[in-house]
Design a protein around this ligand. Structure first.
Ligand SMILES: Cc1cc2nc3c(=O)[nH]c(=O)nc-3n(C[C@H](O)[C@H](O)[C@H](O)COP(=O)(O)O)c2cc1C
Length: 184
């Protein structure tokens, strides 16, 4: 496995973005996996070259058990909230033994009145852990707490995924705005 996309999602929007990012990456390199955070390993495969982490912004940053429980209540689910989010997974993640590129994204509400970004939080943790966080943290926009995603965000996510594969070619990431329609 050369690349891995790990995501967390309370209502499914970040999951959709993660899948689109994965599709964009897969269109350029086939050795890329997509895993929900609860299924992601604490020790990364030794051959891994690129880690992409995505999470919903909750309470101005990465989720916590309380915000996930809140989200679950809003979703009308009665089972116990998932016990792990990206924040907890990153805390337990073993530092890479050799250079690994990393990039982060989040979903959040596009409003000047709602600050904070889970992607920036994850980006800082990964940088501190020794990952090569070359790409900027990226945000994809939802229209409300449960979504849906804004029109065009999945296309933008695919293009972003294509651009990330440039990191593995030793190139600067491709500017998503310069790309045409991505492969599906
Ligand atoms: C408890 C809770 C707190 C939230 N706090 C924020 C916030 O601080 N900033 C923001 O932009 N969106 C916030 N949101 C909206 C989430 O970003 C939105 O639910 C998420 O992007 C949807 O992604 P998901 O479907 O993958 O869970 C919050 C949502 C919940 C449930």
């Amino acid at each position: 496995m050369r690349a891995l996309v790990v995501y967390e999602s309370s209502f499914g929007n970040t999951g959709q973005v993660a899948q689109a990012v994965w599709q964009g990456m897969f269109s350029r390199m086939h050795d890329v996996a997509l895993l929900e955070v609860g299924a992601a390993p604490r020790r990364l495969p030794p051959e891994l070259e690129l880690l992409v982490v995505g999470a919903p912004t909750q309470a101005f940053g990465m989720s916590r058990p309380g915000t996930r429980a809140d989200a679950q209540q809003k979703a009308g689910e009665t089972e116990a909230a998932p016990t792990i989010g990206v924040r907890e997974w990153l805390r337990e993640l073993e530092p890479p033994e050799r250079p690994v590129h990393a990039a982060t994204f989040d979903t959040r509400i596009h409003s000047p009145h709602v600050p904070g970004s889970a992607a920036v939080g994850a980006w800082r943790v990964l940088r501190r852990a020794g990952f090569q966080v070359a790409a900027e943290a990226e945000s994809f926009w939802v229209m409300g707490i449960k979504g849906p995603l804004r029109d065009g965000e999945l296309d933008r996510a695919r293009a972003w995924g294509v651009g990330l594969t440039g990191l593995l070619l030793g190139l600067r990431p491709i500017d998503p705005g310069s790309l045409g329609a991505p492969a599906r």
